[in-house]
Design a protein around this ligand. Structure first.
Ligand code: AMP
Length: 442
């Protein structure tokens, strides 16, 4: 099947042809006819399956030039990076149409976004918080929204956007088409879908849990952090095919520690991104990676979700993720669209159970490769890897209250005075040594 077989308009077909895309991916082919039929849709698709065009193509196909310039299509995504990426995708697809798209996300001044909206826009791509701010402040009118897309719903819910999503859904016109895309259908995703969606049709890119067929997955059993560093260095030095490598680390600290170890050896060829790095740093790092200046970048899970970097040759899981779905997201970054990718996972003894959970989810055993003979095995341990030393509990007797000295805040002599009320009759009694009675009134 080619894009020409879908009921697309000439401007969209021309745009696709400029991009060099001929064949729709599975999710694109499946989503198109269902969305065109007007039904609500829940698409199960990881990043890399072509899901962005899967919802954009039918939404833009049904878009009509409006009488007023209030937006008709609203796309909600979890991260700023994804906003930028989806805006770019809309622009690419609408190069032969007069569609105005704006991207709105928090952390930057709202004025520019308000001005852009006031100029008239047709498609809004936003993170939930900023979308609500714009709607509540009156800048953004939602009354014409005909199609709502919630992308990476599972991620959005796990980032804690549930209340904001509910608030947005309550603001939208009831007569609309809802589309959502998620890598996995969790219980929370199902609740959201059942509350706001009208018997959605569920479509899948690849059934959840099956390894993406076009990714070659392997792994190494590695004893500790520093040996993992040595192994990564060795692989990068010896495998010339590793030209665009995305290295995942479990935490910001692990990402920074790893960067610190590798920076002296690969100076100028690597970057690091995580949520503590500011927006500019993140954009620049991704651009350098995209442009091929950086051979590899080290990233944490959440940040890597929104990255649109094409042609990632290898995904290296420096840690084995404890949430199996994260493994699926990570490896989905290589072998994008119809290109073959490679994923390599490093697993310590402690992480073996995580690997088992991943393998159970995928119903696939990741082949373990022998460690290279010349790999230097480090015996140095990080603080986290050190065996925990338990201190003997020492009981200290607390002195009894009466044994302690003066209180730290002793009251001053003046403040210690107590107000004693003395009756006037008692003063007179003291003075005259006998009770004094008032003379009876005449
Ligand atoms: P996504 O899963 O939406 O993040 O898309 C993954 C990548 O595949 C993006 O860089 C798209 O530009 C690209 N892509 C999307 N659809 C196609 C297609 N039909 N043929 C080739 N590449 C595509």
């Amino acid at each position: 099947m080619t894009f020409a077989d879908l009921n697309l308009s000439t401007p969209l077909l021309n745009a696709l042809s400029d991009l060099g895309y001929v064949k729709p991916t599975t999710i694109q082919a499946k989503a198109f006819s269902v969305v065109m039929s007007g039904k609500d849709v829940c698409g199960i698709a990881q990043t890399g399956t072509g899901k962005t065009f899967a919802y954009l193509l039918p939404c833009l196909r049904q878009w009509k030039y409006p009488k007023d310039r209030y937006p008709q299509i609203l796309i909600l995504v979890p991260t700023r990076e994804l906003v930028v990426q989806v805006v770019e995708a809309v622009k690419k697809l609408t190069s032969y149409m007069t569609v105005e798209v704006i991207g709105a996300y928090g952390g930057v001044n709202m004025k520019t976004q308000v001005a852009a909206i006031e100029n008239g826009c047709d498609v809004v791509v936003a993170t939930p918080g900023r979308l609500l701010d714009l709607a509540y402040n009156g800048a953004l009118k939602l009354k014409n929204i005909k199609r709502l897309v919630i992308d990476e719903v599972d991620e959005m819910l796990s980032l804690g956007f549930r209340t904001q999503l509910n608030n947005i859904l309550d603001l939208l016109p009831p007569k609309r088409q809802n589309l959502m895309f998620s890598a996995t259908i969790t219980e929370d995703v199902e609740i959201l879908m059942n509350t706001y969606f009208d018997t959605p049709e569920i479509i899948e890119a690849a059934p959840t849990g099956t390894p993406l067929a076009n990714i070659n997955q392997t792994g190494y059993d590695v004893p500790n952090f520093y040996t993992k560093v040595n192994l990564l260095e060795l692989l990068l030095n010896e495998d010339a095919d590793m030209t665009k490598v995305l290295v995942f680390a479990a935490t910001k600290r692990m990402a920074d520690d790893l960067y610190e170890q590798l920076e002296p050896k690969f100076t100028g060829a690597l970057g690091v991104i995580h949520s503590n790095k500011d927006q500019n740093h993140r954009f620049n790092t991704v651009n350098q990676f995209q442009a091929g200046v950086y051979r590899f970048i080290i990233a944490t899970d959440i940040i890597a979700r929104g990255l649109d970097v094409a042609e990632v040759t290898h995904v290296i899981n420096f840690d084995t993720p404890d949430v199996p779905e994260n493994y699926m997201h990570r490896i989905g970054r290589t072998g994008r669209a119809d290109k073959k990718g490679i994923s390599i996972t490093f697993t310590t003894e402690k992480e073996q159970e995580y690997k088992t959970a991943i393998e159970t989810l995928m119903n696939y055993k990741i082949p373990v490769l022998p460690l290279p003979d010349h790999l230097e095995i480090s015996t140095e341990l990080t603080n986290d890897e050190m065996p925990k030393v338990h201190m003997k509990e020492i009981f200290v007797k607390i002195p009894k209250r009466e044994n302690v000295g003066a209180a730290f805040h002793e009251k001053s002599a003046k403040r210690q005075k107590v107000n004693v009320k003395v009756k006037y009759s008692d003063i007179l009694k003291k003075k005259y040594k006998k009770p004094l009675k008032r003379k009876p009134k005449k």
